[in-house]
Write a new protein. Structure first.
Length: 174
C-alpha cells in the first residue's frame, strides 16, 4: 500500500482521494492508488484523519447532537428512528433487559462493557443465522441489531472522543 499523501478535490490531505472525488474502483490520478480495499485498509490502520473530510466527518464535531436548533431538526430521533422501527427497537430493548438479567442479575439495567467485546464476530455469526432463534428463543436478527448498535456506539465514542453512554459501566478494576 502506498504511503504517498496527496490532496483530494476538497483539499484534505490523505493517501487517497475521497469517495466523492474518485468513485469506487476508479483511478483518482496517476499518483494515487486504486480506491477500494486499499482505501479501507488505510482507514482501518488510521493512516490519515478521515474525520477532517467533509464527506466523512462527524456532522456536529465531537458531540452526539448539535447545539444549534436548526441543525437539531436534522436528527429526528422520534420520527426518523422510533417511528421508523418501533417493533425492532422494542425487540432490541427487550434483549437488553434479558441480557442484563443474565449478565448482571439483581442489578439495575446497564451495559457491562467488559462482558463481551467481540461485536464484529457476533454480528457476522448472527447475520449467518438470521431468521432463526437461539436455544433461549431470542431472534438472531435482534441480537444482530443489538451488536451492530453496540459496535457503532463504541466506534463513535472512540473516534469522536465522546463519553461512554449513560447506561454503560466500564470494566471494574480488580
Amino acid at each position: 500500500m502506498s504511503n504517498r499523501v496527496t490532496k483530494c478535490d476538497h483539499g484534505v490531505e490523505a493517501p487517497f482521494r475521497c469517495l466523492q472525488c474518485a468513485p469506487m474502483g476508479t483511478r483518482a490520478g496517476d499518483s494515487m492508488p486504486k480506491v477500494g480495499q486499499e482505501f479501507l485498509e488505510a482507514v482501518k490502520a488510521r493512516d490519515w484523519d478521515i474525520y477532517k473530510h467533509p464527506a466523512l466527518a462527524a456532522p456536529y464535531g465531537k458531540k452526539p447532537l448539535p447545539d444549534d436548533s436548526a441543525a437539531r431538526k436534522e436528527v429526528p430521533m422520534a420520527t426518523g428512528l422510533l417511528d421508523y422501527f418501533p417493533d425492532a427497537l422494542a425487540a432490541v430493548a427487550h434483549l437488553s433487559f434479558l441480557g442484563n438479567q443474565k449478565h448482571n442479575p439483581g442489578q439495575s439495567l446497564h451495559w457491562s462493557r467488559d462482558k463481551s467485546t467481540d461485536h464484529a464476530d457476533c454480528i457476522v455469526r448472527h447475520l449467518a443465522e438470521r431468521g432463526g432463534v437461539d436455544p433461549d428463543g431470542n431472534r438472531h436478527s435482534v441480537m444482530l441489531a443489538w451488536r451492530a448498535l453496540a459496535n457503532l456506539q463504541v466506534e463513535l465514542e472512540k473516534d469522536l472522543g465522546l463519553p461512554m453512554s449513560r447506561a454503560s459501566k466500564a470494566a471494574q478494576a480488580t
